[in-house]
Design a protein around this ligand. Structure first.
Ligand code: ZN
Length: 122
């Protein structure tokens, strides 16, 4: 057992020493971890930015002093809305499934129309 040499997660060189080692040395460990962290930070930042952009688009469509509006898929897409990203969903008693980007939500209606709502409680 344990004949197979494990390889360093950073540089892929065979590892000497204990079986549970994952890296050659501290330098490889640090470089690997720093890159992982940077990648995670970037990923999270990009997703947050997309969600915030979606939220701001929804907000911009609702007239001041109103709680909701209707719009088209085309208008949302043209504004740069990304339908793949939302923070949570909510199904009301009628079975309508709303998707939210933070405090603003939308409901797909027939014929590529959307209801946009300002969320009060979620
Ligand atoms: Zn290494």
């Amino acid at each position: 057992m344990d004949q197979e040499k494990k390889r360093c997660l950073h540089c892929d060189k065979p590892i000497q020493g204990r079986v549970d080692k994952k890296f050659c040395d501290d330098s490889c460990r640090n470089t690997y971890n720093n890159r992982q962290n940077a990648a995670n930070v970037n990923l999270i930042r990009n997703i947050n930015n997309t969600l915030k952009k979606n939220r701001n688009i929804l907000e911009s469509l609702i007239p001041t002093n109103e709680e909701l509006t209707k719009t088209t898929r085309e208008r949302l897409t043209r504004a740069g809305f990304n339908f793949r990203f939302f923070t949570h969903s909510y199904q009301n008693r009628k079975g309508n499934n709303y998707h939210y980007c933070y405090d603003y939500g939308y409901l797909a209606l027939e014929g590529d129309w959307f209801l946009i709502v300002r969320g009060k409680d979620f």
